[in-house]
Design a protein around this ligand. Sequence first.
Ligand code: HEM
Length: 454
Amino acid sequence: MKPLSTIPATSGWRRTIRLLNSILRPLAFMEERTQKYGDFYQVTFKNAPPTVMTSNPRAIEEILTASEDTFEVGRGNQGLKFLVGDHSLLLLDGKTHQNRRRLLMPSFHGEALQKCSSQIVETTQEITANWRINQPFKVRRVMQEITLRVILKAIFGQDSGERYTRLRELLTNLLEIFNIPLTAIFIFFPSLQKDLGRLSPWGRFLAWKKEIKTLIYEEIQERRERLSSGQEQATDILSLLLLAKDEDGLPLTDEELHDELITLLFAGHETTASALSWLFYWVHSLPEVQDKLRFELNSIGDLSDYKTINKLPYLDAVISETLRIYPIAATTFARILTKPKRIMGYDFAPKTWFMMSVYSLHHREDLYPNPKQFQPERFLQKTYSLYEYLPFGGGNRRCLGSALALLEMKLVTATILQQFQLELTSKKPMFPVRRGLTIAPPAYFSIKVKGLNN
Ligand code: HEM
């Protein structure tokens, strides 16, 4: 068997350039490496275990179907601690992770999801109610306002009032810091995370985060009192978490509750807002796609028929293609081996890191002919396996909110397109940029209202 392709360890300025490349031009960098080293290669480091990067469906299957104790994931996400805290689902592993997932899962599926549908449509209608002909708007801002309000409502049962208005402002401000690709440097170089006061980006980040924490703690406190005095029925995620017990039969601490809520708030709106922004870009760049989509949407009439909207084949294909061509998470969370394992015929030692390169997988010629072209039809002609198409990751860490994200994308698109004719403010092609840990359309991306539908 061929030796495994290996990128040797570097140090000093070479190492910094490598890191800056992966921060500032993540997709091109990933593509160049896949072209040079193939779909299964390892990167070695001077004082750390190697990382294996893969976009090979067989390797991905071997990783995702391994028993749960083969890999740990939480340790690989320590870099997110500054945002989500020590007790976030993202940082947990083993039984605690399993229990927390089991607890949260029903809130993002079945009946609970059904309940979100009307809220998604109403929020979209409310936010777009004052759009006027020729008025341009920044797409991300609108999409983020919709998705943030939807997730606030799912978590806390409400999205307005003084506390929630402030919470919305603070969460938006906090994420705006990462709007500039260069500020992602704070995530990758923790030594730069220094509080230099309100005038510095990191100082502002810490001040806003502290205020968010105070607001969430106040809400937890009040809600606990209302639940225990019987004044409140448990219908939202916060109540559910307040009534839950951990594996030792103890309720979650305020700190655990805070970290879980903040994880859901961030994971639950930022990604969906980027995906929706891409969708509006593609649909308005490609008239043929827009015509087909509008034709399908015109066939349904009433927007309250959520189940029908959820099953529209072309809308579904447009969404799948949007998440294929520029997946919001270009790689999945790292999987770190806990015991020796053979993958693709190679033996790996414990502590080896594995990253599934979603972007390179989604751009394989053999799976997706003409991968740089936006062609929703490919998803109507072929069903891709769980190891060939990975926008939401997979295995026991697969995205908890994927069903909510997909439903949201469908309902927001249907609501807006049924009411408005839109056009891009610029005909120039748009390319993805880094936004924190994700890949997103540039913040300037704007659309304007061309006409209203009756
Ligand atoms: C288009 C929108 C979204 C995309 C592209 C996306 C993508 C992802 C990806 C790639 C992962 C990592 C999976 C892995 O490593 O295998 C993930 C995890 C996660 N996502 Fe999403 N996500 C989206 C929306 C949401 C929403 C709406 C929520 C709602 C709360 C959510 C909550 C989570 C959580 C809690 C995890 C961690 C799961 C765990 O560690 O067990 N995501 N997501």
